[in-house]
Write a protein that binds this ligand. Structure first.
Ligand code: ADP
Ligand code: ADP
Length: 226
């Protein structure tokens, strides 16, 4: 269980304080597929980054099972992030001088290394393993970053607009694969998206406006990708 309590994160905006997060609380069960929806600037990415330990809040807590991640020291926090979490960003952050397969292998240990070939098939990159990132289209690069995150076999997968660079057909293929893998491995997905149709396949939808959660919808029967 993941509990988020009273998160506040402010930025200075001229003479005013801008609340990117204004007392945000929620809880997430293991194995959930959580989608965070909301207009641009509503705090979605900030929430994702704080929950994953990438950014520190001004106040509030993020508690995984029984430890508060902002009570960890820097080394413990790094280990938590390395061992338990993976990130799919909008920008791909691929290493430019190593090929697709080596990029996917980045950050995996023995736990994750056997399934690389399966993942390459799953995200539709078979045949492109030996290309360098610049030899790929934007959509293909995004698929490499998705594969790299999955190869880590994380307990928590954080995604910020993971299908933003993909066409609709590829996007559905990837989401179908992501759900299949989630059913198999039972990891938790927390995803920021503008895409309302992704919300229909989520188990929980969190709607944000101006740094606050305005609605939480629990989907007892999430749809399949269609
Ligand atoms: P969303 O992901 O919903 O578009 P963000 O979490 O990126 O929203 O941003 C929430 C608010 O916080 C926005 O008003 C944004 O301009 C502001 N913000 C985010 N990061 C910073 C930053 N590093 N410095 C100043 N303001 C920021
Ligand atoms: P996607 O929908 O996967 O983003 P695109 O429509 O952008 O694909 O690209 C179509 C094809 O063009 C791809 O199969 C890719 O191999 C090729 N391609 C796109 N950009 C490049 C590039 N910079 N170098 C080599 N091939 C490219």
């Amino acid at each position: 269980m993941l509990r988020v309590e009273n998160l506040v994160k402010c930025y200075q905006n001229g003479n005013e304080l801008l609340y990117a997060l204004n007392s945000v609380s929620l809880s997430i069960e293991e194995g959930e597929f959580v989608v965070i929806l909301g207009p641009s600037g509503s705090g979605k990415s900030t929430l994702l980054n704080v929950i994953s330990g990438l950014e520190t809040p001004d106040s509030g807590s993020v508690i995984y099972d029984d430890y508060e991640i902002f009570g960890l020291n820097q080394k413990e926090l790094t280990m938590f992030r390395r061992d338990k979490t993976a990130f799919i960003f909008q920008a791909y952050h691929l290493l430019p001088f190593i090929n697709v397969e080596a990029n996917i292998r980045m950050g995996t240990d023995l736990k994750g290394s056997q399934n690389i070939s399966e993942i390459i098939d799953g995200v539709g990159l078979r045949g492109l393993e030996h290309r360098l990132p610049y030899e790929l289209s934007g959509g293909q690069q995004q698929r490499v970053s998705i594969a790299r995150a999955l190869a880590k076999k994380p307990d928590f997968l954080f995604c910020d607009e993971p299908t933003g660079a993909l066409d609709e057909v590829t996007s559905k293929q990837i989401l179908t694969y992501l759900k299949e893998l989630q059913n198999q491995l039972e990891f938790t997905i927390i995803m920021v998206t503008h895409n309302v149709s992704i919300a229909q396949i989520a188990s929980k939808v969190i709607k944000m406006t101006s740094g606050r959660i305005v609605e939480i919808i629990n989907n007892a029967h999430p749809r399949n990708v269609n």
